[in-house]
Design a protein around this ligand. Structure first.
Ligand SMILES: [Cu+2]
Length: 126
């Protein structure tokens, strides 16, 4: 496959890096493992969703902020606050709006205090 062919294939292929309908996704940020999950599945727009983030080594009872956005399109500010239970598990609820152009790719940016962010790219279902 030529470089141009490869580029074409990448432009049309699914850009998600988290198959959120199949289970939890995991990334490493600094020394932390960050596990991200949304329920119920399939993950649909315009309904209340449960967000769960588990972070190894961050066991506070404070709040964790998740920013939801569509890559390349402003869909309004959508921040979800997750509450820690003291074991590294953070839970909260939020809604993903319907995209007027039918786009399905969303990014959840998990803000980890003092460390940075973990980004998860996933598709929603209509
Ligand atoms: Cu959109």
């Amino acid at each position: 496959m030529s470089a141009a062919d490869l580029q074409d294939a990448q432009a049309t292929e699914d850009r998600s890096d988290c198959e959120v309908d199949r289970g939890a996704c995991s990334k490493h940020v600094g020394s932390h493992e960050v596990i991200f999950e949304i329920t119920p599945k399939p993950v649909k727009t315009m309904r209340e969703l449960g967000f769960v983030v588990m972070i190894s080594g961050l066991t506070g009872k404070g709040e964790l902020r998740v920013d939801l956005r569509m890559p390349g399109m402003y869909m309004g500010k959508n921040q979800i606050l997750l509450k820690g239970d003291g074991t590294g598990r953070y839970t909260g609820k939020g809604i993903i709006p319907r995209c007027p152009s039918g786009g399905r790719l969303w990014e959840a940016k998990v803000n980890i205090p003092g460390t940075g962010t973990a980004e998860f790219l996933f598709n929603v279902t209509y």
